[in-house]
Every structure is written in structure tokens, then in C-alpha cells.
Unconditional design. Sequence first.
Length: 446
Amino acid sequence: MRSISILLIVITVAVAGSLWIRFEGSPPRLGTLEGPIPIGEGYAHEIRISDPESGVESVRAWIDTPGGERVLYEEHYPGNPFLGADSELEHRISFPIPVRELGLPDGPATLQIEVIDYSLRANRSTKAVALAVDTRSPRVSLLTGLTYVRRGGAEAAVYRIDELVEGDGIQIGPTLHPGFAHPERGDLRIAFYALAPDADSPAPEVVAVDLAGNETRVPLRLGIIERGFPKDRIELSEAFMQRKVAELGNPGDGDPAAGYLELNRGLREQSHQKLREISANSSGDRLWAGPFAQLPNSKVVAVFGEQRSYFYGGEAIDSQLHHGYDLASTAHATVPAANHGVVAFAGPLGIYGNTVVLDHGLGLASLYGHLSEITVEPGRAVRRGDALGRTGQTGLAGGDHLHFAMLVNGEFVDPLEWFDPKWIREHVEPKFVAERDDEAAVGDRP
Ligand SMILES: [Zn+2]
């Protein structure tokens, strides 16, 4: 009799105790982006919910539409009020908000979220998330008309976008050449782009994607000036290959031809990837002015776009495009900056050996390769003519010379255009003119 009473007391205390625990008052945790969130068709909202005390019982998300309240997501999780649910569990949820199907007009909307836990008090957390519905694609007006571009050359387009964008630029082939705020006209964008020597049927477009993800593409009217590129035959001597393969880390397991191929292809591609990364951090300011200066007292020994066939022991083992100008002067000649800019890179760069890359802003860069000595460090601002280092034959170079290249957003372009004052005057400067165009004159400004 007495032991039964004790048992009853123990059970009562246990039940009361567990009920007391199940009576906790902390609301569930609800993590979500804070609004206002720009949303377009195709938007999915993400939330994270958890309840470390009792576990999550349910979640519900809904939105007011012209046709009434619409539930976007609803879920009940297994568990019960006496034992709760797995309190360790964090639920990550994503649900679409199909704005067109819901009939949501462009403008503000409110997403409501409610989460309830397994406490006997059914604690709830609620959140109202402000949304900005935007289903309209950005309007892009091109100010640049029909443009003639030489194969291997560069050009720039100027355009206006009527709303804030997340990304914009000129898509040509696989490359998006980013747009920058126009230095003279705050309401305009400017993007330089490159027409690769080997690009087949490029159909360049201005691309603009707004904050809600709506995209607009406008074709650029391009006249392509075709041209031929010189061919060159390069004989690789055993001694040269062995020296360079040893100098550049001994790839190819002792076979100089295999090692050389690895450098000429693999290391070349790595070097170019690195240059694309450097170019992606270009300044939004135009740092350069006027034409680019060629290495003084130098002789051009190879031009841009040259198709080089590499022969070893009478056999063609590789072919590559030459992406710059080879300029020969006296050995260890001082290499001056071709224009104003900032040192974006200074050090060994694969096939280019000791290399300096100058950022000129708006995606434009110049490269100085095969140097024997570098006298600048990254981050230094330079003026045209400032010494960067001395010529040499580091990297894949057979004799003392400067490999000079121009890059537009990491793509090589013909330096000849940038050396040419007439080309700069006719193709580049007009894009920077601050005068208002006809189209802007009929706009909303006085
Ligand atoms: Zn070269």
C-alpha cells in the first residue's frame, strides 16, 4: 500500500515535471532576409527555422494578393505536445513566389511567415517581409550606333539603363565585358569589349539584369573588318627547350618536347586565367589619357595575332596565337609605363616570366613580359614613362625583348590600335564626350 503511494507520487512528480518543461515560453527562431526584397518571376524565398526547447510544430507562409490571401507554404512536423519534437533540427525551407500566377502587380507586397513550436503554450514567431515586385525588364537605350571593329581589335559601347542593375555589359561570345559608370555622364554606362581574332560569328549584345533578376538583351550593330594575320614558323632547338623546361619547373618527366607542350598549352592557359582574374578587379575610373607609348627605340619583331607553328626536329608539335607585340631594344633596356595606371600585378606570371600588369581602369590593362628586373610593386600609381623594370628573356622567350600586350577585361586586343593617336581620337574619345545626345534632350531633364 505504502509502496504504491510512493510510486504514485513519483509518477505525479515526473508527469508534472515533464509538463512543466513542455510549458516553456521561448518562441521558435525564424531566420529570413530582411526586406524590401526585389522579386521578379522565378524568385524563391528561403527561411531557416528551429526551436531548441520543444522543436518546431508548424510553419506557414502567405501573401495578400488582389484575389485574397494565398498560402505559399505550409508544413506540420511530426512530434507531440508531451514529448515535443527533435529540438536539434533546423529546417531550411525554400518556396517559390510565382508573381504572375498570383496576379501580384508591380510594387510593394508583404510576405507573412508564422512558425509555431511544440510547447504546450504553442509559442509562435511571426515576420512580415517587405517585397518589391518587379516584373518589368530594364529598358536599355544604346547611344552607340553601327560600329566597325577590326578583328582582334577593341571598341566601346555607351548605353543608358532606366533602373538600378545587378549586372550589365557587352556579351560577346562567352565573355561578358562589364559596364562601368560613364566618367562624364552619371546617367550612362560605358563598356569596352574585344573582338577575338578567332571568334566565329560573334553576335554581341548589351545585357542588363535588374535587382529582381529581369534581363534585357539588345543587339549591338557591328560591322566586322576582317583581316589576315601573319603566320610564323618557330624552330625549337633542343638546347632552348631543355633550358626553358628546366627554368619553368621541369614538366614532362624528362621529355623536353612533352614538357614544352605542357608549358605552351597548360601554363599558357593558367597565365591567361590569372590575367582574367587581375582584369576583373579593374578600377571604375578612367586612369589613362591619350595613346599608349611603344617601348622607345624598339624594333617590332612580332605582331599581334601571329599564328605561330612550333617545330621540333622537323615536326609541327604545336600552334598558338601570339597575343601581343614583341619589341626588341638593347638588352636590359628600361621599360616605361605605356600610359597612366596602377600596378595590378608585379612578379612571375607563367609563360610571360617576370611580368608587370598595369590597370588603366574601365577594364583596360597593359602587360610587360619577359622582364629581367621589376622595379615597381603592386598598388603603386604610375604615370606614362615611369620605369617599371628592364627587358629580359624570362618565361618562354628566346632572346632579350619586351612582350607588350593590351587587354580588355582579360581578353587580348591588338596594341596597334592603342598606339595609334588617330584610332584613339576616332574610336575612344567620342565615347567619353560629355555632350547630351538628341535622345537625352527629349528626356525628363530641363
Ligand atoms: Zn611575345
